[in-house]
Design a protein around this ligand. Structure first.
Ligand code: HEM
Ligand code: HEM
Length: 139
């Protein structure tokens, strides 16, 4: 989960930074809201979460990590597209930015719950998991 999230984070970074370069070059700052949130909610927040999953394996193995991953990756594109559309004269995109924002907020709730429940907890290994690890190590 840490690796997938970090890979998504760098894709958001590349997109957010490209947008920054285009804004700076064109002196058109209409997309500032998209730039800010793709960089901070996409790149920075996802990278921090990926580091947390790497540092605390019990968090990465929890269902809450999958919930956060999918909500974050569903909500942020909706939120970013909604901000873009509103800033380009489509006020009816408000429900899109609203629902995207709520989904992103839920992703953060799942992450927060995961921190409180699982950070620092030992990973429980089933006997099947232990056998599989032994096989992988032997190979
Ligand atoms: C090559 C990379 C980047 C370029 C060229 C760039 C460019 C810009 C530009 C042109 C603005 C608008 C400034 C204005 O309204 O006067 C801006 C705002 C902003 N950028 Fe970037 N940016 C880059 C990377 C980043 C990254 C990586 C982050 C966050 C991790 C970031 C966060 C922000 C924030 C928070 C603002 C709003 C600042 C404010 O309103 O005072 N930027 N950026
Ligand atoms: C569901 C999540 C979020 C929602 C709904 C949200 C909403 C907003 C709104 C409505 C604004 C004001 C925009 C404007 O007046 O132009 C704003 C600005 C800002 N937000 Fe967020 N935000 C969210 C998450 C975050 C997160 C997680 C970060 C940082 C990690 C962040 C960083 C910022 C910054 C730096 C600005 C100022 C941008 C500027 O100067 O133009 N936001 N946000």
């Amino acid at each position: 989960m840490a690796k997938s999230l970090l890979r998504c984070a760098v894709l958001y970074a590349l997109f957010g930074i490209s947008l920054g370069v285009v804004m700076a070059a064109s002196h058109d700052f209409a997309n500032k809201g998209v730039h800010v949130h793709v960089n901070l909610v996409g790149w920075v927040s996802m990278a921090v979460m990926a580091m947390a999953y790497h540092a605390f394996p019990a968090m990465a193995e929890s269902m809450l990590a999958k919930v956060q991953f999918w909500l974050h990756n569903l909500g942020l594109p909706l939120m970013a597209y909604g901000i873009y559309a509103i800033m380009h004269g489509l006020p009816m995109a408000e429900p899109i930015v609203g629902s995207g924002s709520l989904i992103v907020a839920l992703a953060f709730v799942a992450f927060a719950a995961n921190v409180w429940l699982n950070a620092g907890r030992e990973v429980e290994r089933s006997s099947f998991g232990a056998r599989r690890e032994a096989v992988v190590q032997a190979a």
